[in-house]
Write a protein that binds this ligand. Structure first.
Ligand code: HEM
Length: 415
């Protein structure tokens, strides 16, 4: 096969598309912009370097292939000292699971373990009670006025789930949640210098807090995941300080990975439910459709719109030449609307049972997917079984981002 170079493209149009995407208006409905990107080809140059990938099958292929790597510490170093990739928050991320490549990644991931059925059942019992309390507060507010579902429910449930599971004191949950919203900028597509500085500060505060938590579990082990991770690391790492550092990095990433993403899933799911009365009635009368409704929410508008990888060697992707170390941005939310994968992709269809990449794919597949699904399914069941139908008061406002979706409010009232 001959080498094909990148197709010519209109750089100014591409810059304008991303400027629009990064606004609250663009985030309120990014999908027409994704359609414009996809029209430029399944793999097209990004205006700032690297490539954008919008086709479902190519995104899936890149995630599963060993030829494509996470941007790890040595890749970040090669980008140069003054770049965003060497900000303290970015260097910290390069030591966590999604900054590692095999064989180190395999070792760290094995020590992390996963959610088995018994753990999920135990957490489910706690979450039933938490959801009950959150919906009490929502109903109380709705008796007087409209209520912000995002603030009262979506922001509260994930931090309670992770907080209970990791044994973090409830008094600290609000601060942890704020810090994760600040920290995410370093993982965004194009963070500004100010955003990176906020992310660096949040990372430093999270390190101080979580290192302390690991230390307290080291001195007083219990029946909790942090104590189990300490045991797992002690079995493979003779240096105690290094073992504790590895446990801290795991706790850090679990907290970062679990809070904002799951809150966004819960709000998106509730938005899909309240924007069309017939959807509420359908789920209320057929609770068996709950898992499918959650999966279709993850396809229709996933919490993470972009996942990035770098080329381990010179290669060709869909006829486009890509050099070693160049980055590809997998636009998974755009890929979820690929008509070659899903028929009528812009239609939300809870009966679809869709394939999706919301939890990534291959060796970095999300460890927390069973927990995120559990939270969403429990919430959807309680909502539709217990409450009369809710309706949307006004469209939500979205944070001006690209990769990590975040609705800032979801105002609802009784229908
Ligand atoms: C709806 C909620 C969630 C979404 C959309 C989500 C999405 C993702 C994605 C896209 C990745 C892969 C990143 C990559 O390929 O580079 C990932 C990895 C990960 N997620 Fe999640 N996540 C969610 C919830 C959670 C929760 C609740 C936890 C923890 C309990 C968690 C823990 C992790 C961990 C530890 C990884 C790293 C896996 C690795 O690199 O080997 N996530 N998640």
């Amino acid at each position: 096969m001959g080498i094909v170079t990148s197709r010519p493209y209109d750089r100014r149009a591409a810059v304008s598309q991303f400027s629009r995407l990064r606004t609250a208006k663009g985030q309120a409905d990014p999908f027409p912009i994704y359609a414009e990107l996809a029209a430029r080809g399944g793999v097209s140059p990004a205006p700032w370097g690297g490539f954008l990938v919008t086709g479902f099958d190519i995104c899936d292929q890149v995630l599963r292939s060993r030829e494509w790597l996470e941007p790890d510490a040595s890749w970040r170093e090669r980008q140069g000292a003054g770049t965003r990739w060497n900000a303290p928050s970015s260097r910290e991320m390069s030591n966590t699971l999604p900054g590692l490549n095999s064989p180190h990644h395999t070792r760290v991931r094995r020590a992390a373990g996963g959610f088995d059925r018994t753990t999920i059942q135990d957490i489910g019992q706690t979450l039933d009670k938490v959801v009950g309390r959150l919906l009490d507060a929502l109903v109380e507010q709705l008796r007087h006025d409209e209520a912000d579902f995002a603030a009262l429910v979506s922001e509260e449930l994930p931090v309670a789930a992770i907080g209970h599971w990791l044994g973090l004191p409830a008094a600290d949950w609000p601060r942890l949640r704020t810090l994760t919203h600040e920290q995410v900028f370093t993982q965004e597509l194009l963070p500004s210098a100010t955003q990176l500085a906020r992310s660096d500060a949040a990372t430093a505060e999270l390190r101080a807090y979580l290192v302390d938590h690991v230390r307290s579990r080291r001195s007083r082990p219990g029946d909790d995941p942090v104590s189990r991770w300490i045991q797992a690391w002690d079995a493979i790492e003779p240096d105690r300080a290094e073992a504790d550092e590895q446990v801290y990095l795991l706790v850090l990433f679990v907290v970062l990975a679990a809070l904002e993403t799951t809150s966004t899933l819960l709000s998106s799911m509730a938005l899909r439910l309240v924007e069309h009365p017939e959807r509420w009635d359908l789920i209320a009368s057929c609770p068996d459709l709950v898992p499918g409704f959650v999966e279709e929410t993850l396809r229709f508008d996933p919490p993470t719109h972009v996942i990035s990888r770098v080329a381990s060697q010179d290669t060709i992707l869909e006829g486009v030449e890509i050099r070693r170390d160049q980055m590809v941005h997998l636009m998974v939310a755009a890929a979820h609307r690929d008509p070659a994968k899903h028929s009528d992709p812009d239609r939300f269809d809870p009966l679809r049972k869709p394939a999706h990449l919301a939890f990534s794919g291959g060796s970095h597949y999300c460890i927390g997917a069973p927990l995120a699904r559990l939270e969403a399914q429990i919430l959807l069941r309680h909502l539709t079984q217990r409450l009369p139908r809710l309706t949307l008061v006004r469209p939500p406002t979205w944070a001006p981002r690209v990769a990590f979706r975040r609705p800032l409010n979801l105002d609802v009232t009784f229908a």
